[in-house]
Design a protein around this ligand. Structure first.
Ligand code: NAD
Length: 464
């Protein structure tokens, strides 16, 4: 173990703890002022943000704007608008049994928060939780991914330039550094990434009984069933699948089609991919690259499964992996046992929807579930019987850009949620407070106890 590094991390955490203890972060005007700084970063440094994402993922400006800046800015706008009301006491009813009294919920910050973020949307997945944590009055240690090195360096610089390091600081490091950091005691941990590392994050949190949120991934199914406007459905599926070259936690992982529609849908998929990325996606400026060689090799090993209907080309030097469609896949195929997290779309055909529902119910709960259908019965049946973090009907990915919908997984896809008010509340302990007046008491509550007459029991049940 690197003793100096451990000491350095302890000092980083201690500085945040001291600043939190000073009480400054609880001041509403202080928090509003800090949110304003994020806004200045977004306005003044847009170009550097685009450049960093281009370096990390070969991603074009428009995709970066949609995926990283737009969502982060709209979260910030909502936080700025609502911070006063979300911070205020939330009055609740007091049952007559407790009268005279008043009751309310007082949101209070946890203290020092650790945010661990991944590489696929390294800007928004770092800053959306960080902004919510600051808005709620916490101090923050932010640990972005070592894989998205350009964005991590930019975050170190921007956060360092604009904020007091005792309020928020970015720590650059890989798995070893994260493990060392996790040895310090935090008041809340917010982790976004794969389920494997989540085990080690949760074990570290358990040592100090630190509450945590886990934003994980999983295999998000996409069902196409009885749709009249197939063209529109296919366009939306292909957009969600190949956005950021498939490296999206809520990307449709695989497509479920009725046998009867297979031929038509596959030909539409083929045409749509050509329309979006040309016949040579490698030369299209709209198509991103794979994050690193390790992931490219992992993806290429998935090609051994089924038949390649389209794509299947990759290039280790430029980290290009073509949009790929596979059929001849079954539920037992190796590609169906792990999250694809890349530009490969396995297609499975089915006869009837109950077959699909039964299979999905037997599998780990996904982060998102997509259903394209005109049939309300099928819609209600699927939403009602398959558990998932979220659902989007007749589109893909867009549900998570609505800040009024909490975003998070369930079971294997995570625990807890954020975005909008859910984010503010995630970083707040919702403290229950009852205030009573002294003097008025009914004797039956104090010892020595007498047997209660049944009329009194009935009265208590009625007013309680
Ligand atoms: P990653 O490798 O960047 O890891 C995520 C973070 O965890 C990084 O900061 C990394 O340094 C740290 N880390 C890695 N191993 C660790 C360990 N053993 N102990 C402590 N920290 C560790 O990202 P990844 O895991 O490859 O991310 C991809 C996964 O994340 C996919 O499964 C994807 O679905 C999921 N994801 C989920 C969301 C969401 O919002 N739910 C968003 C993006 C990605």
């Amino acid at each position: 173990m690197d003793v100096d590094e451990k000491k350095r991390f302890e000092n980083i955490v201690a500085a945040k703890q001291d600043f939190f203890s000073s009480g400054r972060t609880k001041d509403l005007s202080f928090r509003k002022e800090q949110l304003g700084k994020f806004s200045v970063i977004f306005e003044k440094h847009e170009k550097e943000i685009f450049e960093a994402l281009k370096k990390d993922l070969g991603r074009c400006q428009s995709e970066t704007y949609l995926a990283e800046l737009l969502s982060t800015k709209s979260e910030l706008a909502l936080l700025c608008k609502k911070i006063t009301s979300w911070s205020a006491k939330r009055k609740v009813t007091t049952p007559m049994l407790h009268w005279p009294a008043s009751s309310y919920i007082q949101p209070e910050p946890y203290g020092v928060v650790l945010i661990i973020s991944p590489w696929n949307y390294p800007f928004s997945l770092s800053l959306i939780p960080a902004m919510a944590a600051v808005a709620a009055g916490n101090t923050v240690v932010l640990k972005p991914s070592e894989y998205s090195a350009a964005t991590t360096s930019l975050l170190v610089k921007l956060i360092g330039d604009y904020f007091d390091s005792s309020l928020i600081e970015v720590v650059d490091g890989g798995v070893d550094e994260t493990k060392l950091l996790l040895e310090s005691k935090f008041d809340y941990i917010f982790y976004t990434g794969g389920p494997a590392a989540a085990h080690s994050v949760m074990a570290a949190a358990a040592k100090n009984l630190t509450p945590l949120t886990l934003e994980l991934g999983g295999k998000s199914p996409c069902i196409l069933h009885n749709v009249s406007n197939l063209q529109s459905a296919v366009k939306r599926i292909i957009w969600g699948k190949f956005f950021n070259a498939g490296q999206t936690c809520v990307a449709p992982d695989y497509l479920l089609l009725r046998f009867s529609e297979k031929k038509l849908v596959l030909s539409m998929i083929y045409e749509t991919i050509k329309d979006f990325y040309t016949a040579s996606p490698k030369d299209s400026r709209s198509y991103s690259r794979i994050i690193n060689l390790r992931h490219l090799k992992r993806l290429s090993s998935l090609l051994q499964d089924g038949n390649i209907l389209l794509g299947g080309d990759f290039d280790e030097e430029s980290l290009y992996f073509s949009p790929t469609v596979l059929d001849g896949i079954t539920w037992d195929s190796p590609i169906m046992q792990e999250e694809v997290f890349g530009p490969l779309l396995p297609v499975i055909c089915y006869e009837n929807i109950s077959e699909v529902i039964n299979e999905l119910k037997s599998r780990p709960k996904p982060l998102a579930l997509y259903l394209f259908t005109d049939n309300d019965d099928v819609k209600n049946q699927v939403i009602g019987s398959v558990s998932s973090g979220g659902v989007c009907v007749n589109d893909t990915v867009l549900h998570l850009s609505n800040p009024f919908l909490p975003f998070g997984g369930v079971g294997n896809s995570g625990m807890g949620a954020y975005h909008g008010k859910a984010g503010f509340d995630t970083f707040s302990h919702l403290k229950s407070v009852m205030e009573r007046k002294l003097g008025f008491d009914v004797d039956f509550r104090f010892p020595p106890y007498e047997n209660m007459p049944s009329l009194l029991k009935k009265l208590l049940a009625f007013i309680g």
